[in-house]
Design a protein around this ligand. Structure first.
Ligand code: SIN
Length: 278
């Protein structure tokens, strides 16, 4: 597969208002109502933009949970998450801080959902390629989500570190969500199955060790990777507005929900199944 250009500056001539949201990743798409526009052309355009920008911000989407689920299905087969206590439809998860969430400000003891750097459900054998979050209730300040471009992180690794991790695999656990949740082993460097671009695919939330290495060496290697991929140069910080719909490609980005709020914050989430990482 011939890799596409990763960092595209030009907008596609679509009639929609499309602009990058940061230097490193993401595009805002305005003038679209995903609840009423169900044309295949729109999905094809969004898919093309997703491959180029890795994350799409689609503001002002007044969507019910069912409409969000319908939109999600147009991207592929939907998955559920074992951590979800609340769901509004079979596949629309309700994630957020409850009233007790007030204790999360500066997290003494506990994190709201999504805290810590991760790509969604990397412990799954076919982790989701896309996640969509729809902002339903927001704190008066804080509660941003930070995204980091893992293609850029991989490309900027020192060559010796690239060589060191090239054929390595890592163990990811889902046991934090329950004793029956699966674990998986995936490559440390993942090749995006549509663009052919490589990305780092380990994260501090779910990756426990590098397979076949003594645990102290594995820890040091993971630490070197983690401390590289969080560099601010690779990131975009999304400040949510109510009714924002943000979709991202988990094969290309990691994210971190910032736990700096004490009021309620509620998101509707959909995840779209991917393939076995390779
Ligand atoms: C998640 O990790 O999927 C949730 C992110 C967020 O709530 O901002």
């Amino acid at each position: 597969m011939k890799p596409q250009e990763l960092f595209v500056d030009q907008d596609i001539d679509s009639g929609l208002d499309i602009e990058p949201v940061s230097v490193t990743l993401g595009a805002r798409v305005q003038g679209l109502d995903v609840g009423s526009d169900d044309s295949q052309e729109t999905i094809d355009l969004l898919h093309e933009l997703m491959l180029k920008h890795h994350l799409l911000v689609i503001p002002n989407q007044q969507l019910s949970a069912l409409e969000l689920e319908d939109f999600g299905r147009r991207w592929g087969e939907l998955l559920t998450h074992p951590a979800t206590k609340h769901r509004d439809t079979q596949y629309v998860q309700w994630i957020g801080s409850s009233e007790e969430g007030r204790q999360f400000k500066f997290f003494p003891g506990s994190h709201p959902a999504g805290g810590g750097w991760h790509s969604d459900m990397t412990w799954h054998s076919t982790p989701p390629k896309y996640t969509g979050l729809h902002a339903r209730r927001l704190p008066s300040a804080g509660g941003d989500t930070i995204f980091s471009n893992q293609h850029k992180a991989y490309e900027t690794l020192p060559p010796s570190l690239k060589d060191e991790i090239e054929d390595k695999k890592a163990f990811h656990t889902g046991k934090v969500f329950g004793p029956d949740v699966e674990d998986s082993i995936h490559p440390v460097v993942r090749t995006h199955d549509e663009t052919g671009h490589k990305a780092l695919y380990v994260n501090p939330n779910f990756t426990k060790y590098i397979v076949g290495m003594p645990s102290d060496e594995s820890e040091i290697l993971l630490f070197r990777i983690f401390s590289h991929f969080v560099r601010p140069e690779f990131t975009y910080r999304h400040k949510w507005n109510l009714d924002d719909l943000v979709l991202w490609d988990n094969r290309s980005v990691m994210h971190y929900a910032v736990a700096d709020y004490g009021e309620r914050r509620v998101m509707h989430r959909i995840v779209v199944q991917g393939n076995v990482p390779s």
